[in-house]
Ligand binder design. Structure first.
Ligand SMILES: [Zn+2]
Length: 484
């Protein structure tokens, strides 16, 4: 490749706000109900029905704005975004156009040990559309069904500045944004259920060029992996096209998960194509400073604060602290462990190695674990007092992860307890020495190997349960004592 290119990425993230009811009616927002059981005349677009604003939606939007260092203007308003699609019965979406609830802001990401600030352009409230259920593939389906349970569910669309320069940075932004939304308690952020979705605007330009290249928008990326892979693919596609003398077309594209390619969907629509106009059924919304201050005063701990706390109070390395604060459930697990166990680094090691490995293997979230933080603490204490070895502990932990059984019970049932009791071990050691007078003779004649032989015999006789440290110490004592 001749030229050096720079990738420019901006992300539009749709987060479903965690309200009990929809944005403009009292239907439930619960996920997974039978199709069209959570609908009413308002969210199914009957003529003449009037929207009633859900105050909780606005509160969660303001809370997000505070967490993202945004300005919350005193006045925001709702607008109609007009387009036709079978999952949109009103043929418009209530959204916010020129006066959104949050303006500006930023968040900091960490990539390769460097901190980088990514700008937030705005965040606006809108209602979700329904869902089309295709019979098979979208291009060959003989017919599609409409489910309006999702129609009218409140969303916050968070738009970033085009500040990211690699797929890795985009992923770090998305992970950080997700952790902020989780800590702020505004969204469940379940990507596989669609409560957090992302569109990626990608363009490339020759290094040194100031103006942006033509961008494409890849829609509905619903995992960190597909976000990263689609950006890598799309940037490469654009670079190759430019090298071949082709022009990049501004368009909307889709990510084909199976073939790992982006595909053209339609030419990109401009804002004026949507014929935005102020929503006549909802007056402009005045947001009092008192309300904003009250919400700010009640903000929960955010990832940045938690990270600093872990580093400063518990001496954790930055890396550990960053991982533990990606998810509030994870942090909560850690906090509960160290409330009764002082070695924070050891707890962190176990969480990042054994626990993470098993969670990933089983495709589980920490909230789905069948054991409690106190059970991990129990295992660490059993290692400390010599009841089990570090190696046994890993086996006990895995068994506990799978069955949810208490560690002591697992150790008892598997007969795994380590023998550290000195009088028991002395009896065992003396027996082995007496059974091997020839080896004892060798030892006394200075053959070092004899010591190893005794240790091996003792471990064998105890079925591996003798505490090796204690065995070593006692064996030395017994061999040098005058009784032998
Ligand atoms: Zn409804």
């Amino acid at each position: 490749m001749g030229k050096e290119f720079e990738i420019v990425i901006g992300l539009e993230v749709h987060a479903e706000l965690k309200t009990a009811t929809k944005a403009f009616c009292s239907c439930s927002t619960a996920f997974g109900a039978e199709p069209n059981t959570q609908v009413c005349p308002v969210c199914s677009g009957f003529p003449g029905m009037l929207p009633v604003l859900n105050k909780k939606m606005v509160e969660l939007a303001i809370r997000t704005g505070i967490a993202l260092n945004s300005e919350i203007p005193e006045i925001c308003k709702f607008d109609r975004k007009n387009y036709f699609y079978p999952d949109l019965p009103k043929a418009y979406q209530i959204s916010q156009f020129d006066l959104p609830v949050c303006k500006g802001g930023y968040l900091d990401i960490e990539v390769d040990g460097q901190t980088k600030r990514i700008g937030i352009t705005r965040a606006h409230m809108e209602e979700d559309a329904g869902k089309l259920v295709h019979q098979g593939d979208i291009t060959t389906t003989p017919f599609s069904l409409v489910d309006l349970n999702r129609s009218g569910v409140p969303l916050l669309e968070i738009v970033s500045e085009p500040d990211m320069r690699s797929a890795q940075e985009a992923r770090a932004y998305m992970e950080k944004l997700r952790s902020i939304l989780l800590f702020a308690g505004v969204s469940d952020c379940k990507m596989q259920e669609g409560s957090l979705r992302c569109d990626a605007n990608v363009s490339v330009r020759p290094v040194g060029q100031m103006e942006f290249g033509t961008r494409t928008e890849t829609k509905n990326l619903n995992s960190f992996r597909s976000l990263e892979k689609s950006i890598e693919y799309e940037a490469r596609r654009q670079m190759e096209a430019i090298e071949d003398g082709e022009e990049i077309v501004q368009e909307t594209r889709t990510w084909d998960e199976e073939k790992q390619v982006t595909r053209s969907m339609r030419s990109k629509e401009e804002a004026h194509d949507y014929r935005y106009f102020p929503e006549p059924d909802l007056p402009p919304l005045k947001i009092s400073r008192e309300w904003v201050n009250t919400i700010a005063a009640q903000m929960p701990e955010l990832p940045e604060q938690a990270r600093r706390r872990l580093v400063e109070e518990y001496g954790l390395p930055e890396y550990d602290a960053a991982i533990i604060t990606l998810n509030p459930d994870y942090l909560n697990f850690f906090d509960q462990c160290i409330s009764s166990y002082k070695d924070a680094k050891l707890v962190s090691n176990w969480m990042m190695s054994e626990l993470n490995r098993l969670l990933n293997q089983n495709n589980m979230e920490i909230g789905e674990c069948r054991f409690k933080p106190a059970d991990l603490v129990k295992i660490l204490q059993l290692i400390d007092d010599g009841s089990i070895s570090g190696k046994m502990a890993k086996t006990v932990f895995e068994e506990m992860f799978n069955s949810g059984q208490a560690p002591e019970l697992i150790i008892k049932e598997k007969g795994m307890a380590q023998i550290s009791d000195e009088s028991t071990l002395i009896n065992l050691i003396d027996g082995i020495i007496q059974d091997n007078p020839k080896v004892l003779e060798d030892y006394k004649n200075g053959k070092e190997k004899a010591f190893g032989f005794f240790v091996g015999q003792i471990m064998k006789a105890s079925k591996g349960q003798a505490n090796p440290g204690v065995v070593n110490k006692l064996l030395k004592e017994r061999l040098s004592s005058s009784e032998m």
